[in-house]
Design a protein around this ligand. Structure first.
Ligand SMILES: CC(C)(COP(=O)(O)OP(=O)(O)OC[C@H]1O[C@@H](n2cnc3c(N)ncnc32)[C@H](O)[C@@H]1OP(=O)(O)O)[C@@H](O)C(=O)NCCC(=O)NCCS
Length: 195
């Protein structure tokens, strides 16, 4: 098999790349996403999207985001991951996820989260192999009635997280003082029902 190359998403190539990403992801999805969901992630966090290519053709992709979670930790979120069927089992998804996590760490992420169907053995092995821990079981999480695990990869010590929380409290208090407090919009997952 020719060598697989890895490349970050390039917004200047949007029409072509977005279409390839949609095709790749929608093949394996039980709940198809609208174009707006892809745009939501890629417009804001395109630098956290990585693609695996074989001779110009996209054969794997990971799509993510990174934002403050409920005023606390800076949380990376792996929203979509897929590898074309005949390329599976070669470590391609592992490489893509590692690249995304590295990009999140460079942007000061405290942790990384995701959900996956409890029956998805390949995804569970992949993520647990990378150190993700089962943080919650989400009953009937998907539209097809299947349940999910929320997996969490802590990237920082409790001490570092405590420090960040303290900083946040201080910022909030100062915002209150200046009458600028705004409600934060919780937008964890495109289909998040729980936390
Ligand atoms: C999940 C998926 C992305 C894995 O891609 P991949 O490139 O085959 O994964 P890797 O080759 O990096 O394998 C990672 C681990 O999963 C294991 N694995 C891969 N396919 C497996 C399978 N069918 N059954 C059991 N384990 C499997 C590998 O053995 C490896 O574990 P190891 O390091 O202990 O050997 C791919 O199967 C896929 O696209 N599935 C459909 C979409 C999907 O489920 N996405 C995840 C949503 S959270």
């Amino acid at each position: 098999m020719p060598e697989i190359t890895y490349t970050p998403y390039d917004a200047t190539q949007e029409p072509r790349q977005l279409e390839s990403i949609r095709t790749l992801i929608s093949t394996d999805l039980s709940e198809p996403y609208s174009i707006y969901v892809y745009r939501y992630f890629l417009y804001q966090w395109g630098e956290l999207c990585y693609m695996a290519m074989d001779e110009g053709s996209m054969i794997g992709v990971v799509v993510c985001k990174l934002e403050t979670h409920r005023g606390g930790p800076m949380r990376g979120y792996i929203a979509m991951l897929a590898v074309k069927e005949r390329y599976r089992g070669k470590g391609i998804a592992t490489n893509l996820v590692k690249m995304a996590i590295k990009a999140m760490i460079e942007r000061d992420a405290d942790e990384v989260a995701l959900e996956t169907e409890i029956t998805n053995t390949a995804a569970m092995r992949l993520y647990e192999g990378l150190g993700f821990l089962r943080s919650k079981r989400l009953h009937r999480y998907y539209l097809n009635g299947n349940s999910a695990f929320r997996l969490l990869l802590p990237l920082k010590s409790q001490q570092e997280l405590g420090q960040r929380y303290h900083e946040h409290e201080h910022e909030e208090c100062c915002e209150h003082e200046h009458g600028k407090h705004e409600h934060e919009h919780e937008h964890e997952s495109v289909h998040s029902k729980d936390d």
